[in-house]
Every structure is written in structure tokens, then in C-alpha cells.
Design a binder for this molecule. Structure first.
Ligand SMILES: C[S@@+](CC[C@H](N)C(=O)[O-])C[C@H]1O[C@@H](n2cnc3c(N)ncnc32)[C@H](O)[C@@H]1O
Length: 331
């Protein structure tokens, strides 16, 4: 999924299933080294999606997120940020080219659902855009806002707590983006539809919503990719992570992933393991939900930013894709 052409000197490219991670090793950057892409793990994950773990490390929240779902990964923004750091400059350039190509007005204000630790909240202001992100994890939001403050970008970016399934805004945005299949955390059609309706309401008419996700493979065997393990290091912190899709429920249309993370933070060591359950996307479902939710699919692009004809067979074999949606709803 990550083309060799995107590799720079001293850059290690990793593929964490539908998460394409590209990292530079410049000053202050993160060095990620792929340690193995191994045979299926010897463990059979039993945990629920509420964040059970094998380790008693920091970050466990008893109260849970807004929907009671609180995986440790998203309660530990500092470690998420290191483990999933990447250079997003090419993605930003792609998003900007879409704004210019598909919007009849100048895009100034961007909304980012599931903003996480704020990688795009920090990046877009550097290109002159205002951006608001939201995330279900209060820890992620606090961490993102702290980074925004540190960067002196408070006038251009902010993060708030909210659930993609139903958050509404009293203001309008020109465009929105959602990265690395985060929308898959909405597992049911009802929630996805509700999300698209909310997004349609808070975008101006003709506004864009660019959604990155990967569909189910046509050949279900194609889904059985090897697990990916990588190491990320920054500022005395070393993280070894494994992201392993281990079960595909084609009836319920769910993809179950096991995440294992071992953290060494300046002498402190802990590890945890948890299940992430994501929607298994089928293009026909996506098209229907997009249309019912007030959008039209205007274009589709590959990870290499190459256009995919709208009448092609859209399956997981194409890798993660960017779906460019246009808001039909009159404002
Ligand atoms: C894979 S991370 C992506 C973070 C960030 N966009 C990035 O590119 O690094 C997925 C994010 O989705 C958030 N999330 C999961 N379910 C959510 C929901 N229902 N509403 C809002 N955010 C949600 C998680 O807390 C997490 O921060």
C-alpha cells in the first residue's frame, strides 16, 4: 500500500494493514523500524472492545469515553503519537489539490472527525487553513490542544471532544477529512448514516468530505494479511507495536484487529493488548450511506493519489482509498 517511491533516504516504511505509515528520521523525528511481518500470532485475543489489556500501564480510564469504548491506545496519546507518527505533507498536498479541483469556492475552514493526537491539526495551519478536530477520547483532545498551544497555533486550530455518530456544530465548514479508516470505528450502518447526516449539516453546500478507508477484499483470503510489527523511538521512549487483523465477520460486516503494544519510557516498561473492531466496508453499502447521508461520491483516489474510475470494482484489493464526497445539502 505504501509505494516504494515514497521512501526517502533513512526512512522506514511500514504498512499496518489499512494504516499506511511513513516516517522520517530527521531531527526530533521518529525512527520506526519494521522488525518483522510474521506468521499469525500464537495468542487468540479474547478481550472486548472496551479496552482490556494484559498490562497495568498508565492511561486506563474507568469511566470510559462518550460511548463507553475506551481502548488504551487512545487513552495514551503520547504513545499513540509516537507509534503512529508519519509525514503527512503529501496527504496535505493531495487534500489541497482536491479542494481546488472539486470546490467552486476557496476552502478556508476544515473539520476533522477522529483527529486523534492532532497530526493534521498541527499541519493544516501551516498551509493557511483553520481547522477544528474532534475525537471521542478526552485524552487525545487534551494532548492535541497542548501541542497546538506549544506551536502557538491557537488562532488556527483546536480540538474538542465529540462522538462521530452524533456531534453537531453551530458553525459551518468548507471541507472535512477523516484519515486512516477512523470512520470504521462506527460499526453499524445507522451510526455511519447519522455521521454523514451530521457532517452534511455542518458543511456548506458543495463542501467536500474526504474519507480514507479500505473496503473488504473481494477474495476474503486476501484479507488474511500478515500481522505487522514495528518499533518507534523518540525522546527516550521505545514502542513495539503489532496490529493484527485476525477475524472477518462478513455477516455482521466487521473486521476484528488485535493490537499489542510494549512501551519502554525512560526505564518504565508496560505492555497491553486489546481488540479493535472496525466496520468491514463494502462499496455498495458505502455508496448508499453516502447518498442517504446527503453526499455524492465525486472521485476516488489510491494511496498514490491516482484516480480510480467510479465504475470500477471497488474492493480491498485496491488498498486504502480516498473517497471524495461532495455535500448536496442546501445550507
Ligand atoms: C486511528 S486514530 C486516527 C487519529 C488521527 N486522525 C490520525 O490520523 O492519526 C482513530 C481515532 O478515532 C477516535 N475515535 C474512535 N471512535 C470515535 C468516535 N465514535 N467519535 C470520535 N472519535 C472516535 C479514536 O479516539 C482515535 O483517536
Amino acid at each position: 500500500m505504501v509505494p516504494g517511491g515514497r521512501v526517502k533516504p533513512k526512512v522506514h516504511v511500514l504498512v499496518a494493514i489499512e494504516w499506511a505509515i511513513l516516517v522520517t528520521s530527521g531531527t526530533g523525528g521518529v525512527i520506526m523500524v519494521k522488525t518483522r511481518s510474521a506468521s499469525p500470532p500464537p495468542y487468540a485475543p479474547q478481550g472486548s472492545s472496551s479496552g482490556g489489556g494484559t498490562g497495568g500501564g498508565p492511561g486506563a480510564r474507568s469511566a470510559g469515553g462518550l460511548s463507553g469504548w475506551n481502548p488504551k491506545l487512545y487513552c495514551l496519546p503520547k504513545y499513540y503519537d509516537i507509534a503512529f507518527s508519519r509525514d503527512v505533507s503529501k496527504e496535505i498536498n493531495f487534500y489541497i489539490s482536491c479542494f481546488k479541483k472539486y470546490c467552486s469556492f476557496e476552502v478556508r475552514r476544515i473539520l476533522e472527525p477522529a483527529c486523534g493526537s492532532g497530526i493534521f491539526l498541527l499541519a493544516f495551519p501551516r498551509y493557511g487553513y483553520h481547522i477544528v478536530g474532534y475525537d471521542i477520547s478526552p485524552e487525545m483532545v487534551e494532548y492535541a490542544n497542548e501541542k497546538i498551544r506549544e506551536a502557538g497555533l491557537q488562532g488556527m486550530a483546536k480540538a474538542v471532544v465529540g462522538d462521530m455518530a452524533d456531534i453537531r456544530f453551530g458553525e459551518k465548514f468548507d471541507a472535512a477529512i477523516i484519515a486512516i479508516n477512523s470512520l470504521g470505528y462506527l460499526q453499524t450502518d445507522d451510526k455511519v448514516l447519522s455521521h454523514f447526516k451530521c457532517m452534511s449539516e455542518c458543511l456548506v453546500e458543495g463542501g467536500l468530505y474526504i474519507v480514507e478507508l479500505s473496503c473488504a477484499c473481494q477474495n476474503v483470503e486476501g484479507e488474511k494479511k500478515p500481522d505487522e510489527t514495528w518499533v518507534a523511538e523518540q525522546g527516550g521512549v521505545r514502542i513495539e507495536a503489532t496490529w493484527k487483523p485476525y477475524r472477518y465477520d462478513t455477516d455482521k460486516k466487521l473486521r476484528c484487529v488485535n493490537l499489542k503494544m510494549r512501551v519502554q519510557d525512560n526505564g518504565k516498561v508496560f505492555e497491553f493488548e486489546e481488540e479493535h473492531t472496525l466496520k468491514l466496508w463494502y462499496y455498495d453499502d458505502l455508496k448508499r450511506l453516502v447518498e442517504e447521508g446527503g453526499f455524492t461520491i465525486k472521485a476516488i483516489y489510491t494511496q498514490e493519489f491516482q484516480p480510480v474510475p467510479l465504475d470500477s470494482k471497488i474492493t480491498g484489493e485496491l488498498g486504502a482509498l480516498y473517497f471524495v464526497l461532495v455535500n448536496k445539502t442546501k445550507t
